[in-house]
Design a protein around this ligand. Structure first.
Ligand SMILES: Cc1cc2nc3c(=O)[nH]c(=O)nc-3n(C[C@H](O)[C@H](O)[C@H](O)COP(=O)(O)O)c2cc1C
Length: 481
């Protein structure tokens, strides 16, 4: 099968969606969900976070429905595909009691094999999400997970992704990178490096031609929508001369996943949750005056009309989509959460410690998951996926990597401070378990840690007693408000 360059037309030039189904990692917003939303005419967003690792686990599970391998048949370089399948694909799936073979962890200069894998994995994810529909499809990546981002973006662009949505940090270099990748030109990104000397700079580089030697047509330049919590950041992004930002998702502190930390630090309620105040509310008048489309996120399931009245183009919703039939979460988690919602017992905590990023992370309190202190205490720390490792400069000037959730002794040996490790959870492994792809350890499968927004507390009004629902039900509900 030969590679077809995706059409250069961006469907977002014709119509902006009223609803963005928010990107939810790792693979909660899987391609099934995104394809469904795009077919219904709204924008679906796949999660690119850690997708290289997720992808090789699907291949090791035998790719039962054959979709990943079918998508790979459309990848421009079949030698790359052959190398990946050779290394990871297991016909019929691995023995469920055996651990998954790990991919490599990202470093400043990743191996050629890891770059190829990341490009191909993100290509396949977006290819499947877009298959059979002209509806818009975006990809979500976290600014904080810097090292895989360049190769992930290029892979998504090869499959014709319509938009890139990025938050959890200040994604200021991304728009210019998208311009360069549309021409298959190399790009670099400044890395955040702890303990770097003043004026010392470290970069990550990616040259598309190392993966695709003879590209012959320009790629569609996806729209870039920054996910931010403040008007100050919006203005800052627009002041940058190079690379165009095309819109914003303004996400408040009630949204699922990671939240921007409060502006006023050090204030916590009696449950240990950070307290947000007026300073944390984006000034929507200012945002509107910037003249770009924007969507509001964080408890907007039943507030499309409110968002439109502020001048927004629509809403970004995550929580309600997370537990719908088409999402990537395991049936057990969906059922447990829906049961809790219907019984009125569901509880959620904004945990300022759980995520090694240092950003508050919302955690659904579920039995048998790492939200329980006892379950958390039983887990031996291990860091073998490494997406949330921080880069730091060693005394000899070289870069190294450390994660506050890794084994404490290793973190301390690398110059980390003990206080940083307290209460930290391994999101990389836990989020893999939420979508049924958790690593098998000697004492069982890694525990899950489920996130959702505060909206989950009000999901009963939407559920009306139902114990399951579809993405279409969510869209119909939003559009009826
Ligand atoms: C399960 C889950 C995972 C999420 N993961 C991400 C993520 O990886 N990246 C991101 O930018 N936002 C993430 N979000 C936020 C959503 O994209 C969206 O902005 C948010 O859910 C909107 O608010 P709501 O939760 O009130 O619907 C996540 C949300 C949920 C519920």
């Amino acid at each position: 099968m030969s590679f077809e360059f995706p059409p250069a037309i961006n469907s977002l030039d014709e119509r902006l969606p009223l609803i963005i189904q928010g990107g939810m990692g790792i693979n909660v917003s899987c391609w099934h969900l995104v394809n469904r939303v795009a077919r219904l005419g709204e924008m679906g967003v796949v999660s690119g976070t850690a997708f290289d690792s997720l992808f090789i686990r699907i291949l090791q599970d035998g790719d039962a429905d054959g979709n990943m391998r079918r998508a790979l048949q459309h990848f421009p370089d079949q030698d790359v595909v052959a190398r990946i399948l050779d290394k990871y694909f297991i016909e019929g799936g691995k023995d469920p009691d055996k651990p998954y073979q790990l991919g490599e962890m990202f470093r400043q200069v990743p191996s050629q094999a890891l770059l190829e894998l990341t490009v191909a994995a993100n290509f396949a994810n977006v290819f499947l999400a877009k298959e059979g529909t002209k509806g818009p499809v975006g990809i979500n990546l976290l600014e904080k997970v810097q090292l895989p981002n360049l190769a992930s973006l290029y892979g998504a662009m090869l499959a014709g992704v319509d938009a890139v949505l990025m938050g959890a940090g200040i994604p200021k270099y991304i728009p210019a990178i998208l311009d360069r990748f549309a021409l298959h030109e190399p790009a670099s990104m400044l890395l955040n490096v702890e303990d770097a000397l003043p004026d010392e700079k470290f970069y990550s580089h990616f040259n598309p031609r190392t993966v695709l030697t003879q590209p012959d047509a320009e790629l569609k330049r996806p729209k870039f929508f920054a996910i931010i919590a403040s008007d100050v950041l919006a203005k800052m992004l627009l002041r940058r001369p190079e690379g165009e930002t095309n819109g914003f998702v303004i996400e408040g502190p009630t949204a699922g996943g990671h939240n921007a930390p409060p502006r006023k630090k050090g204030l916590f309620n009696e449950r240990g949750e950070p307290i947000y105040g007026g300073l944390d509310e984006a000034d929507l008048e200012t945002i509107k005056d910037l003249g770009l489309p924007f969507w509001l996120a964080g408890s907007y399931l039943a507030k499309l009309d409110t968002a439109l009245s502020y001048g927004a183009s629509g809403v970004q919703v995550g929580t309600a989509f997370a537990f719908c039939n088409e999402s990537g979460l395991t049936d057990d988690i969906k059922q447990e959460v829906i049961r809790g919602v219907l019984a009125g017992t569901i509880d959620i905590v904004t945990d300022p410690r759980a995520s090694p990023t240092g950003f508050p992370f919302k955690v659904v309190q579920l039995k048998g998951t790492l939200s329980e202190e006892t379950t958390y205490a039983l887990r031996s720390r291990v860091c073998d996926l490494g997406y949330l490792r921080h880069l730091y400069r060693k005394e000899n000037g070289k870069l190294d990597y450390r994660c506050p959730s890794e084994p404490v002794a290793a973190f301390l040996r690398k110059g980390g401070i003990e206080e940083e490790t307290v209460g930290r959870k391994c999101l990389c492994n836990a989020l893999m378990s939420c979508v049924g792809q958790g690593q098998v350890r000697k004492d069982g499968v890694e525990g899950a840690l489920q996130t959702a927004g505060d909206e989950v507390l009000r999901l009963g009004a939407f559920l009306q007693g139902r114990t399951s629902y579809s993405a279409k039900d969510v869209i119909d509900f939003i559009l009826a408000t």
